[in-house]
Design a protein around this ligand. Structure first.
Ligand code: ZN
Length: 232
């Protein structure tokens, strides 16, 4: 826990640094950096070991909540949660799980916009560990190289499978596509619902959040509107 010296406008001074209050960040869903904040030793522990530790900690959480872990229905939950965290929903934290992407020569010399629509996004809000779900639309204008279409979905999925902030997710996908495709001409658009907004706090059932990243020629208004028309 922070040993807060004093708090001014939701910011507190700790060890001489101004820190943003945790509630402040969580409620505003602000991201602090484009890179997912990871410890330098994040992957020194094996997946197996992580699952063991998470399972034991999750058991404690359930116990503290007053749940009877001898109940048949609850017994396996800590292990299931641990496996789900490490192997499924937060699988994209570990660089070893990054999809390998091969590019192809643009033999058709196709130089028009390519749009991949309606890519499923299943992620988790890093402030509440509740689901974010929606769709992503991505587009690029090919240069000399093209990418297998399903790889676009895989890139979205990889970055979604970590605790996230939608703005960061959008930027991480855009950056990855630019690096992989060796072009600046990339657009990413995400429309998603946040369970932490729907199920708690303001409990707004119908609102969704739209984020976008336009780069290169997509900054040009006519190119951008061609993209927006395509995903309508
Ligand atoms: Zn949240």
């Amino acid at each position: 826990m922070s040993q807060s010296n004093f708090v001014v406008n939701g910011k507190e001074k700790m060890n001489g640094h101004w820190q943003i209050d945790v509630d402040d960040i969580g409620e505003n869903h602000a991201a602090t950096s484009i890179d997912t904040p990871l410890k330098p030793d994040a992957f020194d522990i094996s997946d197996e070991e992580k699952m063991k530790m998470i399972s034991s900690h999750f058991e404690s959480i359930m116990d503290i909540l007053g749940l009877d872990l001898n109940d048949d229905s609850l017994q396996g939950t800590p292990k299931r949660v641990a496996k789900m965290f490490v192997k499924e929903i937060f699988h994209g934290l570990d660089p070893k799980n990054k999809p390998s992407i091969s590019l192809f020569e643009n033999k058709f010399a196709y130089r028009q916009m390519l749009v991949e629509k309606g890519i499923r996004v299943q992620s988790f809000c890093e402030h509440h560990f509740l689901p974010i779900y929606g769709v992503a639309h991505v587009a690029y204008i090919p240069g000399d190289k093209v990418i297998g279409l399903s790889k676009l979905n895989r890139i979205v999925d990889y970055y979604a499978r970590r605790p996230q902030v939608q703005e960061r997710l959008t930027q991480q996908i855009a950056l990855e596509l630019q690096n992989t495709l060796q072009t600046k001409d990339v657009a990413v658009y995400i429309d998603a619902k946040h369970m932490c907004v729907q199920a708690r706090g303001v409990e707004h059932q119908n609102s969704s959040t739209v984020t976008s990243s336009y780069n290169g020629r997509f900054l040009n208004e006519s190119v951008r509107s061609e993209f927006l028309n395509a995903i309508k």
